[in-house]
Design a protein around this ligand. Sequence first.
Ligand SMILES: Nc1nc2c(c(=O)[nH]1)N[C@H]1C(S)=C(S)[C@@H](COP(=O)(O)O)O[C@H]1N2
Ligand SMILES: [Mo]
Length: 250
Amino acid sequence: MKTDSPFWKFTRRGILAGMGMALLNILKPKPAHGIPDYRNNKDIPKHYLQNRDKPGFYIRSANPFMGVDINNWGLAVTGKVDNPVGLGYEDLFGFKMTRQVSRLKCVECWSAKAEWEGFQFQELIDLVKPHPDATYVYFQSADSYYESYPLFELLKPRVLMVLRMNGRPLTPDHGYPLRLIAPFKYGYKNIKYITSIKFTNERNRNYWSNNGPYSVDGTIQPGIDHPLDFGKKPLPIYGGEVFHHYDKKL
Ligand SMILES: Nc1nc2c(c(=O)[nH]1)N[C@H]1C(S)=C(S)[C@@H](COP(=O)(O)O)O[C@H]1N2
Ligand SMILES: [Mo]
């Protein structure tokens, strides 16, 4: 070691000795970009919504929280629109309902299918009347999660604003009271516990693409899938929406 290196001078002055603990903390590996990874954290109270590897359909919740209290919940639809609105839970059932069976695929390499029921994004557009320059949509949720989409992608077939899963209202774990299902996008784009929807003229932020090695676009790429509902048997995926031969077609 060269004697004029700053590190050498530092140790020579004996400063490090008194800083042992602090230094240990500095050297500890930190989660990427400072975002806590709660996946194996056993200290989170059991009743918090959190990541759970539940057989059949895993639960992913980046910021553990108590879930939505429906008495304090509302959906704000604002931004570049003629007619901004605030909607309550009951209001959402005034929209035309549609149902589909589709698969949610996470970047962690699992997928699971469910029957989803809700309304198409077009219903919201008809209500709030976005301006011609409102080309992007920004979603926020009750757990400080956020996602954005180009507006045209939300108008694609089988994109659904979901209220019910497998014949029942969404459970708190799976996004009660309102989530987005876009079957050709990775799970992280399928935002749960939605509280606000804002029409903008530029793409806004996205939670996992800001905090992990994931694309902003999030379209499912060709590769291998390990469906939870099929014995985790590896199966090829061809990109876009994931269909397996045993998925029920509607
Ligand atoms: N609000 C919110 N939405 C979210 C997440 C989240 O942490 N918070 N996780 C995403 C991820 S990474 C996945 S894979 C899916 C999982 O949906 P599930 O918990 O219903 O299986 O939700 C997505 N939507
Ligand atoms: Mo995910």
